[in-house]
Design a protein around this ligand. Sequence first.
Ligand code: GLY
Length: 423
Amino acid sequence: MNILLVGSGGREHALAWKIKQSPLLTRLVCAPGNPGMAAIAETRDIKATEVVRQVALAKEIAADLVVIGPEVAVEAGLADALEAENIPCFGPSAAAGRLESSKAFTKAFCDRHHLPTSAYRICDDADTAKAALDHFAPPYVVKADGLAAGKGVVIAQDRAGAEAAIDDAFGGSFGAAGARVVIEEYLEGEIGSLFALCDGKASMLFGWAQDHKRAFDGDEGPNTGGMGTYSPAPVFTYDLVEQVRTRLVEPAFKGIAADGAPYRGALFVELMATRHGPKLVEFNARFGDPECQVLMLRLESDLVPYLIACATGRLNEMPEPKWRDEDAVCVVLATDGYPGPAKAGSVIRGLDRDFGPDVVVFHAGTSAGADGAILAGAGRALNVCATGEDLGQARERAYGAVALIDWPQGFHRTDIGWRALGR
Ligand code: GLY
């Protein structure tokens, strides 16, 4: 089987790593890929959003399956273009992907289909958004409506901070994504990330994890795309998982199909476990990054049959996935300054060290420099992941590997998994 994997981040490297282990695989091509992916698969220099070129590449390699990694390719309509060519695709249409690409759409969707989420106001200009703050108490949640690579959410402790975030959004900090803003009620509780697959009709849960969204230890600092994950996460009790399935996952798949856009691919439910049950924080129309990394380390089943089943409407024929009875941890290494302005191009050394059999280092935002040097981008650069008999051992192994990487211009959190270890 020939597979085209679209994307270039840590999530895609983890998917490539897992797909490579499938006995069904003949050829794996990643576009655009990254230096880590280039070490295990062919790569082609085509951006995830270059829909016409991606479709041409899928035809050129006679792809039996295209796997869409990032949300930008979903929004660009890659799945729609592949469907027009009868090429099986894991990843939703742009219409179904509005569950991620427009927060305002999703809030209205939740109202229409009775999904529990926070109270909100949608605002098309700064004055309206500032006035909307009157309806909420601090901390204030200000979100850009569109895709902003995990940077479009500000949680402001006071009104001045919220007003500054509103001015930033309408001032163009997030480009077109900030032309509309959603002001939300702040949800108290514990955050969780749950994944589900759907083939347009049938669906199944596909693992869960906990992310650390703030940049610094102790959940301090600005919101990021995610600084580290672990799985399994004890917040996901049997009851919580069932509530998320029945109140969020199944109504979402049913609702989006009723709206005329059946969902095919992975749905990422970011939720808050509150005193009143799970409430939706956000849907994402793809696997989480860096949640996917720990899921792939724990997934015992072959991933490829699940991807094909979603793409071809045969998910009802698939058994529940099997997970290793191990814990997995992912520590994100990012360039100093992230998620604000950061300087790309610093050299990362030490990646050729022997990290041991339970450690995998995924590339998230790197490029190849002269003489085989690995250069960091301006954001999240590496995902140092490990498994262990328990969370403590997995964490020790991951941080042991982090200590072997020589990158003075990078930073990471030192407390990944603190909620679970503190229980
Ligand atoms: N880890 C959060 C995200 O993928 O958006």
